[in-house]
Design a protein around this ligand. Structure first.
Ligand code: ADP
Ligand code: MG
Length: 465
């Protein structure tokens, strides 16, 4: 590995991720060494390391591989503060002395997955995915309680434990949390966590290298087997078969099996019937789509977590509520939005306001738009207050009409991504300052006037349903 290689990796990466992203995130990295397949980087702040690892980790591994560098993991350490730099970043580096060990999933790199290192195969666990960092709310409380119970170890009562739910609702997070907790309570236990895809990959490798016996021995010697995203092997017949045998062998030895999927076993059409019925023997629980309260709770927790890194970060009132309302049920999307917002705010050094959020997250907001339209809002509000549409859009200013009109403008601003001038136009050609006034007025009233607060809440629920 020479400087030259790093140069080539950099230029290829720049082509992949674009100039801007490259400048912001990759340029600040300093490659300090590549040893035993681990590329070590020095970074100015742990935030940058985290960001690179999460967003560009896979790209980096792939490109290193293509340039003949045998790298299967990236490691980021915060550079000591000696480096000269702008006062701000200096300060930030000070507040994040602790080393960051960001582990990039080795599964992304075939070289690592193929390397027979003799140990029990599995994927590294994400240090952030613990029970402590998992926010509990109505939609996930049952799954969480069950996961806690399984994580206590003890006699195996639910076998298998099957956890299912839609994308980004916390299945992997809970699986890792269970694995951490089990290993903490019993460090000697062989807890193996891997994705179904990796299970298949290893199975195929074993076939190719005629080492089925080794494969069977390894998987049958574990104490706890965790397989994530089992839907992946549905329809892949020989893998399913092998999975079934491994499963049975472990159940017979009374070893705990924990499995996740994107839907319930009975809904997995391509899954072998024998496996389906086996999966239903144990405990099957699901993660429901998040609700507003859970999303807000998660956002608040993430903000607290970032507080250490950015003591100066200021977030205007209402921004988190806005995000919790507007971003879909997928927590991954929610987190991505927040991370981008923080990165952006810290780069430009400004308070995070509603406007900044709307600007910076326009694409995400658009994608998860619940497609509430201004027309719909006007209709529902008119209905609710027993007014005619024409009244709502007219120039009349009597209270009984003006107030509902303000409610409708407020809802248009908070539930759609339309701009203020656009909203003004749709309400009978009003000026954008009128819309601003309406939004402020309703915000103020909501705090003191229960009737208004209830009306707004009810309308919001109806519109978002
Ligand atoms: P899944 O495996 O169901 O697709 P993940 O477990 O990968 O979803 O979750 C996506 C992201 O959302 C992860 O970063 C995870 O930490 C986060 N997340 C999901 N649910 C919660 C929760 N209840 N509290 C905190 N973070 C959560
Ligand atoms: Mg997952």
């Amino acid at each position: 590995m020479t400087d030259d290689t790093w140069g080539r990796v950099q230029s290829e990466l720049q082509r992949t991720i674009g100039k801007d992203a490259f400048k912001t995130w990759i340029e600040p990295l300093e490659l300090s060494a590549i040893e035993n397949g681990v590329a070590r980087f020095l970074v100015p702040t742990s935030f940058i390391g985290n960001w690179v690892s999460r967003n560009f980790g896979d790209d980096l591994l792939r490109i290193f591989g293509r340039n003949d560098a045998k790298v299967h993991r990236l490691d980021f350490n915060v550079r000591s503060t000696r480096a000269p730099g702008p006062a701000k970043s200096q300060q930030r580096a000070d507040t994040s002395k602790s080393n960051l060990q960001a582990v990039v999933n080795e599964a992304a790199n075939p070289a690592a997955a193929g390397g027979g290192n003799g140990g029990v195969p599995g994927s590294p666990l994400d240090a952030r995915f613990t029970f402590d960092s998992f926010v509990v709310g109505k939609p996930n409380e049952l799954a969480h309680a069950a996961a806690r119970r399984v994580a206590e170890g003890g006699p195996v009562t639910f076998n298998p434990f099957f956890l299912y739910g839609g994308v980004g609702l916390g299945k992997t997070h809970l699986m890792h949390a269970i694995a951490w907790e089990l290993s903490r309570r019993n460090p000697a236990a062989k807890v193996v966590y891997l994705s179904a895809e990796q299970f298949m990959y290893r199975f195929v490798q074993a076939l190719r290298f005629k080492d089925m016996i080794g494969f069977k021995e390894i998987f049958r010697s574990v104490d706890v087997l965790m397989v994530d995203d089992v839907q992946f092997i549905a329809g892949k017949d020989s893998t399913q078969d092998e999975f079934f045998h491994t499963f049975n062998a472990l159940v017979e030895q009374n070893k705990q099996i924990i499995i996740s999927g994107d839907r319930s076993p009975s809904e997995m059409n391509d899954l072998d019937d024998r496996i389906k019925s086996r999966l239903q023997w144990g405990l099957v629980v699901d993660l429901h789509p998040t609700d507003y309260e859970l999303r807000l709770g998660i956002l608040q927790q993430k903000v607290e977590n970032h507080r250490e890194m950015y003591p100066d970060l200021r977030i205007a009132d209402g921004v988190l509520e806005f995000l919790a309302h507007r971003i879909s049920t997928n927590v991954r999307v929610l987190e991505g939005a927040l991370t981008r917002l923080f990165a952006f705010a810290s780069l430009v050094g400004r308070e995070v306001t509603l406007d900044l959020a709307q600007d910076c997250l326009a694409d995400i907001l658009r994608a998860s738009d619940r497609k509430v339209t201004i027309d719909e809002i006007i209709r529902k509000v008119a209905d609710h207050y027993n007014l005619r549409l024409s009244d709502l859009l007219s120039a009349r200013r009597t209270r009984t009409i003006a107030r509902p009109r303000q409610v409708a403008m407020f809802l248009s601003k908070t539930l759609t991504s339309k701009s203020l001038p656009e909203i003004g136009r749709r309400f009978g050609g009003r000026d954008h300052t009128t819309v601003i006034h309406a939004v402020r007025k309703i915000e103020e009233l909501k705090a003191h006037d229960n009737q208004i607060a209830e009306d707004v809440e009810l309308l919001r629920r109806m519109l978002e349903a």
